[in-house]
Design a protein around this ligand. Structure first.
Ligand code: PMP
Length: 413
């Protein structure tokens, strides 16, 4: 109605609201297993050793550390060079050809969310108004796309009875394609690895079937890579979906491919907002230049330019060979701890094989608990999970895993 007294109440954020409730909880055994921030075995959120070393180097460099001026609209030029090398030479070697053909438009973004925001704004302005997300997905996906102009927000079958449902997924896409006469291509968001919240990822063979279908239906792929390295512990290995998708002997993405990438989790740079959007264009440099210019205009209108500090830290990690090796080790340690927590849970719980924690990838365990069981855990034991039953594994450690597993076992009775 155009009046400030008639603004409807927005629903609270499903995840961050629980932390407020947790903070107010007086139980000494309270355990927060909601947010996806990595904690070590002592329950601490610590800076990764490689990243701390990079910060120390930055501190000592008067020149680097005192420059508080603006970064360019599309971000720091060194960051661009380092991240393009990391993604399109090291993580995905066939990307070199794309770089040589000047087909990759790149912007430094406010982490993964910022990449999704810029991508969805660009797509809704020029190319599409329909998007498909997995069901379930990270709840903010739909929010970001809706706020940035997408009219049709859909979910494809992903998870059924504790398992990935690839047939259901493919048949949803086929049905949707048959029932539309929209001339704009639909977008589809794909979790590169460590699917949030289910922890279930397709195998490479399943991805081939899925990507073949997406390609056949001329959908626009948007790869959301927020957990690179946290699955296997090897950042390069975890980029398998990117490597498959950019295999040009198999796929030509006539409307481009979008990669939203984040260093929040794999460098622990959460609050510094460090990530990138790349748009792989279908033909040569001319198409890229137009995309570049429009992305620049969007960023200028949204927030003008990205923050500097985190990208400087990432630059040092990505360009100093010693620190880079240390970083690989840090990521591997995180992934190993997550795997060991899952194994310890599996020992303590006799869940059937479908729910077996060790089948799931990444930071989260999708427990299969329903909302009332999640409430019971919170009310009786002060154990906080997201309402859909997602449990953040790194909140578990040697001093609380028995307490939590006991409470979980009680629910089974
Ligand atoms: N995509 C997915 C699937 C996520 O889980 C997250 C983080 N929770 C993000 C994107 C974005 O995170 P950030 O903006 O912190 O990089």
């Amino acid at each position: 109605s155009g009046r400030i007294n008639s603004i409807p109440m927005a629903p609270p954020d499903k995840i961050l609201g629980l932390t407020e409730q947790f903070n107010a909880d007086k139980n000494d055994n309270k355990t927060n297993l909601t947010v996806g921030i990595y904690k070590d075995n002592w329950g601490q959120v610590t800076t990764m050793p490689s990243v701390a070393r990079a910060q120390a180097m930055l501190d000592q460099s008067f020149e680097m550390n005192t420059d508080l001026s603006y970064l360019p609209i599309k971000g720091c030029p060194d960051f661009r060079e380092n991240v393009l090398r990391f993604l399109y030479r090291e993580s995905c070697p066939q990307g070199v050809e794309l770089l040589n053909q000047e087909r990759i438009s790149f912007v430094q973004t406010l982490s993964g969310t910022g990449a999704l925001a810029v991508a969805s704004k660009f797509l809704s302005l020029f190319m599409s108004h329909t998007v498909w997300f997995p069901n379930p997905s990270w709840p903010n996906h739909a929010n970001v796309f809706q706020i940035n102009g997408f009219k049709n927000i859909n979910h494809y079958t992903y998870y059924k009875d504790g398992q990935l449902d690839v047939d259901g997924w493919i048949s949803d896409l086929e049905k949707a394609a048959k029932s539309t006469n929209d001339s704009f291509p639909p977008c589809i968001v794909l979790h590169a690895c460590c699917h949030n919240p289910t922890g279930l990822d397709p195998t490479l063979e399943q991805w081939k079937r899925i990507m073949d279908k997406i390609h056949e239906l001329k959908m626009i792929p948007i790869i959301d890579m927020a957990y690179q390295g946290l699955d296997t512990g090897d950042v390069y290995k975890d980029a398998y979906l990117l490597r498959l998708s950019l295999d040009e002997s198999r796929y030509q993405w006539s409307n481009g491919l979008f990669l939203c990438q984040s260093f929040a989790k794999n460098m622990g740079l959460y609050g510094e907002r460090v990530g990138s959007l790349s748009v792989v264009t279908s033909r040569g440099a001319e198409e890229k230049r137009s995309v570049d210019s429009q992305l620049k205009k969007i960023v200028r209108g949204m927030y003008s330019s990205p923050p500097g500090y985190g990208s400087r830290v990432a630059n040092i990690v990505l360009s100093n060979p010693h620190l880079k090796n240390l970083w690989f080790q840090d990521v591997e340690n995180i992934a190993k701890r997550l795997q060991s927590v899952k194994a310890k849970m599996a020992e303590r719980l006799n869940w059937d094989s479908l729910q077996d924690p060790t089948r799931q990838h990444g930071m989260f365990l999708y427990t299969g608990l329903n909302a009332s069981e999640v409430n019971t855990l919170r009310e009786d034991s002060s154990i906080y999970l997201v309402q859909d039953g997602r449990l953040s594994l790194s909140g578990l450690n040697d001093s609380n895993i028995d307490y939590v597993c006991d409470a979980l076992r009680k629910l089974e009775k």
